[in-house]
Write a protein that binds this ligand. Structure first.
Ligand code: HEM
Length: 418
């Protein structure tokens, strides 16, 4: 079941997500203006990336985590498949309505309803299940900070899906077209990123980076501070305080860096068996992108006119931080989670991460001069950045798909012996 979730997530990443993103960017670049493109297409791309790709991965890993908690309840597997059906139908329908707009007044809110129903089924299954064996008191205390963040991010996930349902019902009742209006759309993206995905990464990093990178145990106070600042920023945006919203984000990012010892040397050797030795470098680089995203948001709140600085900040966050993190940690853990497999190629891993970094750097650097100052050369760089990012995504997807399609390591050695 986890393999089905991962392969479906990869499919959403490749076609509805990245391919449409590249298409959008090429259209914007050829017309030299962001507002020349349909907002419904831009939103269809963003939704496919955040929910179709990363959301599907998270749901699959969440169901998988039940198997690590001792006895697997019998109802978990059928519920996992029902959730899969509801979720993927909702995401596909949402993308279709954004691009085609057929019967959107009914089907757009219906897609949001399907997504929420799938999530609630997931939430009921995962939250109702407790570890089989009692944990000792020390383990319970030391697990709290990362669990707090994971639970907090799950709450953010729920809030995002409820907001999405309300926003789609609103456009349907008002009959304003299949695109959400600007303010609800921006709020939705803020909660989806800073309230759901970013704290989820911090939580899982707090759990795993001491093991994978040999970093010190997380500092709980800074971790909670990072989480609190991210939600304070979200609330500031909701109350229309854009300067406060932007000013809080770099502090949230910095607190997370301090909490997780990202800028400090490892105290144990990193565990890089089966992945490329550059793995620790790219995890740290992701946090550099998070800081850049925060800093750019401050500049955007002062001087953005045409969406270029906000766009660069969002791209530093979604591609620089989130995608780099999913590329690194995903290729580290998913082969093992999906039946003790070994990553197909560590060189492909390096190639995908290098292309992602180059593409993202070109995009973030050229989006501001292109959108804000109409600099000619920057408009030519943007489509190149998109194609390099598409290459990165294709390499990542191919490496994971090839890993999952080959038999697990122990069966491969049996086949080789026979
Ligand atoms: C492969 C590379 C990608 C390309 C070429 C791309 C392209 C674009 C473009 C052209 C826009 C329109 C606004 C702007 O110009 O800044 C946009 C918006 C957006 N992108 Fe991407 N993108 C990519 C990857 C991603 C990823 C990986 C994510 C999330 C994980 C993401 C999430 C978003 C979101 C949330 C929006 C805003 C949507 C909205 O306004 O509702 N993008 N992207």
């Amino acid at each position: 079941m986890l393999i089905a979730y991962i392969l479906t997530g990869l499919l959403f990443l490749l076609l509805p997500g990245t391919f449409l993103g590249v298409w959008n960017l090429i259209s914007i670049s050829s017309r030299h203006a962001l507002d020349s493109l349909s907002p419904a297409w831009i939103q269809a791309h963003g939704h496919a990336q955040i929910f179709g790709w990363i959301g599907t991965f998270i749901l699959g890993i969440g169901f998988y985590s039940l198997t690590k908690m001792g006895r697997l309840p019998t109802f978990a597997i059928p519920r996992g498949w029902t959730c899969f059906a509801l979720w993927t139908a909702g995401i596909t329908l949402r993308w279709f309505e954004g691009v085609v707009g057929w019967q959107w007044r009914i089907l757009l809110p219906f897609s949001a309803f399907l997504e929420l129903a799938g999530f609630i089924l997931f939430f009921q299954t995962v939250s109702g299940h407790r570890p089989a064996a009692p944990v000792d008191a020390h383990a319970a205390v030391s697990r709290k900070p990362w669990m707090f963040l994971v639970i907090g991010s799950t709450f953010g996930f729920l809030v995002t899906l409820v907001m999405n349902l309300i926003a789609t019902l609103q456009v349907s009742i008002d009959n304003t077209g299949p695109a959400l209006s600007h303010v609800p759309d921006q709020r939705l993206i803020t909660v989806a990123t800073w309230g759901f995905l970013v704290p989820a990464v911090w939580g899982f990093n707090a759990r795993w980076l001491p093991v994978f990178l040999g970093l010190g145990q997380p500092r709980p106070r800074f971790l909670f501070l990072a989480f609190g600042l991210a939600w304070a920023a979200i609330l500031a945006e909701f109350f229309g305080r854009l300067t406060w919203f932007a000013a809080l984000l770099p502090f949230a990012a910095l607190s997370a860096v301090l909490a997780l010892h990202i800028a400090e040397p490892s105290i144990q050797p990193a565990k890089i068996t089966g992945v490329h030795p550059s793995f620790p470098f790219f995890v740290r680089l992701a946090y550099a992108w998070l800081l850049i995203a925060g800093a750019l948001s401050v500049r955007a709140s002062w001087s953005d006119v045409s969406g270029g600085i906000w766009g660069a900040s969002r791209h530093a966050l979604t591609v620089g931080f989130l995608s780099t993190m999913v590329f690194t940690i995903g290729q580290r853990i998913l082969p093992a989670f999906c039946g003790a497999r070994v990553l197909y190629s560590s060189r492909l891993m390096l190639a995908s991460l290098s292309a992602l970094t180059i593409g993202c750097a070109l995009r973030v650097a050229s989006e501001i001069p292109a959108y804000e100052a109409n600099v000619r050369i920057a408009w030519h760089v943007l489509p190149c950045s998109a194609v390099i990012e598409l290459l990165a995504v294709a390499l990542f997807a191919a490496n994971l798909a090839l890993t999952l399609l080959q038999p697990p390591a122990h069966l491969r050695s049996t086949v080789a012996i026979s």
